[in-house]
Structure formats: structure tokens, C-alpha cells
Ligand binder design. Sequence first.
Ligand SMILES: [Fe+2]
Length: 214
Amino acid sequence: MEVTDYSFFPTRVVTIQFPETELLNEELCDLFERRPELDDRSNTQPEALNLLRLAETVPAIEQLRSMFLAGVKHWLDAERIARPEGIDLLLFSNRTGRGESTIAHNHRTDLIGIYYARTADSSREPISPDDSEDYFEPGDGVLVLHDPRFNANLTSLGHRDHVKVHPRPGLMLIFPAYVWHSVTPHRGDFHRLSFAMNFTLRWPAGVEEPHSLK
Ligand SMILES: [Fe+2]
């Protein structure tokens, strides 16, 4: 008898905890306290207002842009994908008050980055190494990544058809845009603030698919 075990089609998620982001996060929170109209969270699509239009005049937005570019480089390197010719960037925010949540959605782009400027306090690891988390336990502003395989829960005896991310300030995630994700209700009396970046990769003319590094 010959038994062979494969695990096809994994989905890569990269997390980065940036150090010493207190000042940056404070500046970002202050910006949105002063100008709440900048928040465009209900629009995750390419026509959304692009916060990068502020990059030349608001150093915190420029810093965020550099951090997202560092994050996407890690994701591309981990996937062993050669650098694209360019990357189109769309930055928008998600500023939520008490009781607000975000229903499951994906983004019309290639890769998504998320950065947290202000969240509920959490002393736990952002992503639990085991699969014991209850899907229906809402938590406080927890990001839920849903298995992109349709009805994957029907064949899973564990709970690996979803992953919960307990965010903290300074944390960034990079993952493919086809991953449906949602956010459970924010319970604090302050505004929770996160940023999303849509990365649309551009390839040299005549190249239809990303080159893989062998
Ligand atoms: Fe999103």
C-alpha cells in the first residue's frame, strides 16, 4: 500500500509587528479625529478615495505607504514571486465606533494589506497557533479570515475553515484579496482605527503571469 499526502492550495498570510509605532499611531488617530470625513470604509473598491493623495503633505500617511510596501515585499518574497514592474496602491481607512462591525467581503485587487493604529487592548498572540477558537465567539474587533474554499467547513473536523486575528496597534497583515474577511463588533468607547491597502500588481508588457523564482 502506498499512501501519499498532499496539501494543495495553501493561502499565505504574512503578519508584521512594527516596533515603536506609538507616535505614528497617535498622529494617524489625531488626523481622523480632526478630519473624520477622510474615512471611506464603506467603499473597498477601486473607486474609493485614495488616502495616498495626502502622502505629500501628511508624513504619517507617507510613513504608512513605506510600511505597506515593505509588507508586500515580504509577501512576494515568501511566495517566491519575482518583483512586479509596479504596484498600484489604494489606501483607505476603517474607523469604527462602539458596536460597529464589518460584514464579510473581499477586495477587487491582487493583495490586501491591513494596518492597525488603534484597537482594543490584547495580551494574546494575534493569531492563535491552535484551532480551538469558537467561530461564533465575537470577541472585540476581531478580524476573521474565512477559508476561500467554498463550504470548506463541511469537510473540516477542526476549526481551520477560519482564522481569527486579535489585532494590536502596529500590526500589519498581507494576504490575497480573494480571502473573504470580516470584523466582529468593536466594544470600546473610543474609535478603532485601521487602514487597508489594495495592491494591484503590474507586470512587464508581454508577461501574462508572474514569473516564479525557481
Ligand atoms: Fe477588507
